[in-house]
Ligand binder design. Structure first.
Ligand code: NZQ
Ligand code: ZN
Length: 380
């Protein structure tokens, strides 16, 4: 097992009614609040009123930035950071899914530096401090509520990239599974797939002797495989929403990584290219790339895939393991080929070019340019 450091400073408030404590928690960080949210869901499902009541109850002064889009862009972060800086906010409250919380994380480190936020992603800029961030999660998927990562797109730079820094952990995250009952079927399924993909990125990373972390991976994927399809048939079921929300948080909060030196993240980096080029939702990009990646890696990672199959599907057959995983994604209603989600003509050369530009899958199990061509054929 590899050496490791365990560190996670986020206080997680989980369960029915936890938002009752939101106002009082925010008030510990100050009076001026930058409230960040997405396009429309918080208004249509009534959450906005609940949040406003909490903020009013502690006399908070609220400055709002709304309209964060799915697959969020750095331009919104720069605009919101400028607003927060001008108003000298004490604390940021992010209400939404991964896109809103990720944006708020970068806003929190951009406010103190007064420079374009993409500089962090290009490693030209180092964060010095962060405006405290409190998150209310409304969609179970990314794990951002309890980790130090954020992912943004910059279409001018043709890049969708992740950034990690310990300053990005939210101070508090509020997770009431009731808030996720309005998530539509497609994003519910993408969220379940995303949590499974996070487990797999850890499992295929560096440090194969981390047997306990492997067992965490199998448990979390088993939880998703058992309760995910049930949830898809009963989207307002609190108990099932709670199981998936808890699993999604654990899948990317460090727990599956102890005893490893890094995750693999190749599938995510290829998925980001599909999101960048075709606007594919994050979870859907992963259900397209994962089966293709496993087929591409069947020799190189044969033993690891066999061990996965043995533990999840009671088979040591590599092909069957990939087919079963793909079948699970299909059962959820997720796409497994790019042609299922993209209506315009898919341009393999364009995907190849942007994969090269983004240096996709060159972290642990490095893909060559020849591999790029093969995986594109397997995905389209
Ligand atoms: O904008 P609104 O109107 O709020 O609608 C959103 C959005 O259209 C909607 N939604 C959210 N909560 C809802 C709801 N609709 C009804 N009821 C609710 N309670 O759902 C849509 C998708 O939201 P989004 O935040 O984009 O989804 P998700 O949570 O999957 O986040 C995806 C982003 O997170 C990044 C992805 O790359 C992508 O950009 N990731 C972040 C990670 C991290 N920080 O650790 C890791 C992940 O691997 C991932 O890369
Ligand atoms: Zn993901």
């Amino acid at each position: 097992m590899e050496n490791f450091t365990a560190f996670n400073p986020t206080t997680l408030h989980f369960g029915k009614g936890v938002l009752n404590q939101l106002g009082i928690t925010i008030s510990k960080y100050g009076k001026k609040v930058l409230l960040v949210y997405g396009k429309s869901s918080v208004k249509t499902n009534g959450l906005y009123e609940v949040i406003k009541q909490q903020l009013d109850s502690v006399g908070a002064e609220v400055i709002e930035y709304s309209g964060i889009q799915s697959n969020p862009v750095v331009q919104d972060v720069d605009l919101a950071a400028a607003l927060g800086r001008k108003n000298e906010v004490d604390v940021i409250l992010a209400v939404g899914g991964g896109s809103v919380i990720d944006s708020a994380k970068i806003i929190s480190i951009a406010i103190p530096v007064d420079a374009p936020a993409w500089g962090f992603f290009e490693r030209r800029l180092m964060p010095r401090s962060a405006t405290p961030l409190i998150a209310v999660l409304t969609l179970a998927a990314t794990g951002t509520e309890m980790n130090q990562f954020a992912v943004l797109s910059n279409h001018e730079a043709e890049n969708k990239a992740g950034y990690g820094n310990p300053l990005l952990y939210p101070k508090h995250s509020f997770l009431d599974p009731q808030l996720t009952t309005t998530v539509p079927a497609n994003y519910t399924a993408y969220g379940i797939a995303d949590l499974v993909a996070h487990c797999l990125e850890a499992y295929f990373g560096k440090g194969e002797e981390a047997t306990l972390s492997d067992r965490f991976v199998f448990s979390m994927i088993s939880e998703a495989m058992e309760y995910g399809p049930e949830l898809m048939k009963d989207l307002t079921n609190y108990k099932l929403r709670a199981k998936i929300m808890y699993a999604a948080t654990m899948a990317l909060n460090g727990m599956t990584m102890y005893g490893r030196t890094s995750g693999e993240w190749g599938v995510h980096s290829i998925g980001h290219v599909l999101s960048l080029l075709y606007g594919v939702p994050h979870g859907a990009s992963l259900t397209i790339v994962y089966p293709a990646w496993l087929r591409l890696q069947k020799e190189h990672l044969g033993n690891r895939i066999k061990f996965l199959g043995k533990n999840l599907f009671d088979t040591e057959d590599i092909g069957q393991t990939t087919d079963r995983l793909e079948g699970f994604f299909r059962e959820l209603g997720c796409p497994v080929r790019l042609s299922e989600v993209v209506t315009k003509k898919v341009d393999a050369d364009e995907i190849f070019r942007v994969m090269v530009h983004n240096r996709a899958a060159t972290y642990v199990h490095k893909l060559t340019q020849e591999d790029y061509r093969r995986i594109i054929d397997l995905m389209v």
